[in-house]
Design a protein around this ligand. Structure first.
Ligand SMILES: *[C@@H]1O[C@H](CO)[C@@H](O)[C@H](O)[C@H]1NC(C)=O
Length: 150
């Protein structure tokens, strides 16, 4: 179902598809495809989980993120917090993790930065894609979301 393996690619290409649609390229099929990518990110996937922290009932709790990994001050924080097996002390609400590999495998493991980093280069695409969907919805030009696949 997923054309591109990692969440960062689906978020960014969803945004590109919506920009294209806004500029007269691709039309509703591009918007529907973008919706399917965002649906995948937010839970329509084989793990039935959201890759956005804090969204829905199942999401990552061990992002590869320094601030999120530190206990409340004045408790010390250092590199050892990276290997804390428990959930990160600070919930990084709204952040999108890197997501699954090309075989749709994902582990909520802080040390695995490929799957759990919350980098700007795909969080920006994700935010922009969501803004694009809101834009089309407000203009009454957002097609119905495709049915869930998982
Ligand atoms: C974080 O690291 C500090 C300093 O080593 C340690 O005292 C603390 O127990 C760690 N906390 C977690 C949640 O890993």
């Amino acid at each position: 179902m997923l054309q591109y393996n990692a969440v960062f690619l689906s978020a960014n290409t969803a945004f590109v598809a919506l920009m294209a649609a806004e500029n007269g390229i691709g039309g509703d099929p591009y918007k529907t495809w973008a919706l399917s990518q965002i649906n995948y990110i937010l839970g329509d996937n084989n793990k039935h989980m959201s890759y956005e922290i804090g969204f829905g009932s199942k999401y990552p709790v061990r992002p590869h993120h320094r601030g999120s990994s530190c206990p409340d001050k004045p408790a010390p924080c250092d590199h050892s917090n990276l290997s804390n097996p428990g959930p990160s002390p600070q919930l990084l609400k709204g952040a999108l993790v890197g997501g699954p590999d090309s075989s749709d495998n994902y582990q909520d493991k802080r040390e695995d930065y490929t799957k759990n980093e919350v980098a700007c280069d795909y969080n920006a695409g994700f935010q922009s894609a969501l803004a694009g969907l809101v834009h089309f919805a407000q203009k009454g030009r957002l097609p119905t979301s495709p049915a869930a696949k998982c």
